[in-house]
Design a protein around this ligand. Structure first.
Ligand SMILES: [Zn+2]
Length: 370
């Protein structure tokens, strides 16, 4: 088993950039287990974007609180060092996920529910693409905690920017208060409550694993204001920004898929990309968790690779209030795609992604094993 662990640790280091999730130790255990079922294969980076810079190789952490690596040049004020040990506090149990609403029945409903409000949380010359190997709701083939946000893989010290106007409500670290599943999880972080409300609810954006925090609680921020610097504090493998959107409450149980909130990027000929969201249920309408979904380009105006994603892994990952989707993809070049779901039967639909718009697709399938 020791050999397995060693090889796996090596693989973890070379794999795409990764984020927070349970402790690295338990990740190793999971992975070792997965290897014995031959399920711990490397994940191809099925993105259309340029491959982001690989993270600086880091030692796989052996404690829930890995050593803090500070930016080498940090002219901005920094917080005192994070405690390297201390009691771990779990998030309050009363933070139950919101009750799911009625799903969107059709495209008209989905179009009316669009809300691409947010700018990118890193500067244009940084890696502005969402990491495709660990999207919202993904468990990375069972190796990690279901992901409550998305990653922007960037070197330590990259500025982290406010994505919309708002007020800073958290600026510090999570050594005393659990903003994730436990304390010492997100490391240094900032949370901004947006000025704009959504269906009468507050919207929060969370920026985690920072090497330095420069925002202060109570500060008013505009889009593009610097909040801190990319790092890998808390439970993180390699420097990256973990970014979340939370609706209704600033709670780990109230996240939504950021890909449905970020303004689509612009591709060839200045054409905006679009987004795709969908819902996969069994024949009775029950949501199916962690099911593979493949999105293949058919006729698309620029070179685009297939995307391999999964439906949200469990009920703690929320669909959008109106959509109630259980998978979503942003930044898709406009064009025609085949969307496939494979259970015991193969299901496929053709969809058209329009520039700057959200496309909606619904699958009712025989559940695996039915
Ligand atoms: Zn993350």
């Amino acid at each position: 088993m020791k050999g397995f662990l060693t090889r796996d640790a090596q693989r973890l280091k070379t794999l795409a950039p990764l984020c927070p999730c349970a402790s690295a130790l338990s990740t190793l255990r999971l992975c070792a287990l997965a290897l014995s079922f031959a399920a711990c294969a490397p994940i191809s980076n099925n993105s259309t974007e340029p491959t982001p810079l690989p993270p600086t190789p880091t030692t796989v952490a052996t404690s829930p609180v890995p050593p803090v690596v500070l930016a080498t040049v940090t002219p901005l004020p920094t917080l005192p060092p994070l405690p390297t040990a201390g009691p771990t506090v779990t998030a309050a149990p009363e933070d139950a996920p919101p009750t799911p609403g009625t799903p969107c029945p059709d495209q008209a409903c989905a179009s009316a529910a669009e809300h691409f409000w947010l700018a990118r949380p890193v500067p244009p010359d940084a890696n502005i693409y969402v990491d495709r190997t660990y999207g919202y709701g993904s468990t990375q083939q069972g190796r990690r905690e279901p992901h409550h946000g998305v990653e922007f893989v960037n070197p330590t010290g990259t500025p982290v920017l406010a994505v919309a106007p708002g007020v800073v409500v958290v600026a510090g670290d999570d050594s005393l208060v659990a903003y994730g599943p436990s304390t010492h999880f997100y490391g240094r972080l900032v949370v901004v409550r947006l000025d704009e409300r959504f269906n009468g609810q507050d919207v929060y954006t969370l920026y985690a694993h920072l090497s330095a925090v420069t925002a202060q609680v109570g500060q008013t921020v505009m889009t593009g204001d610097v909040l801190g610097l990319v790092g890998q504090t808390g439970v993180a493998i390699g420097p990256h920004l973990h970014f979340e959107v939370r609706v209704g409450r600033n709670a780990y149980t109230h996240t939504r898929n950021p890909e449905l909130w970020l303004k689509p990027l612009t591709g060839a000929n200045n054409t905006p990309y679009g987004a795709l969201a969908g819902r996969v249920t069994d024949l009775e309408g029950n949501v199916l968790y962690d099911l593979p979904v493949v999105v293949r380009p058919l006729e698309v105006g620029e070179p685009t690779r297939a995307r391999y994603i999964t439906t949200y892994a469990r009920e703690t990952l929320n669909g959008d209030d109106v959509l109630q989707e259980n998978f979503a993809l942003g930044d898709l070049p406009a064009g025609t795609y085949r969307v496939a779901v494979n259970t015991t039967t193969f299901y496929e639909q053709r969809v058209r992604v329009e520039p700057g718009r959200l496309t909606w697709v619904v699958f009712k399938v025989k559940a695996p094993g039915e």
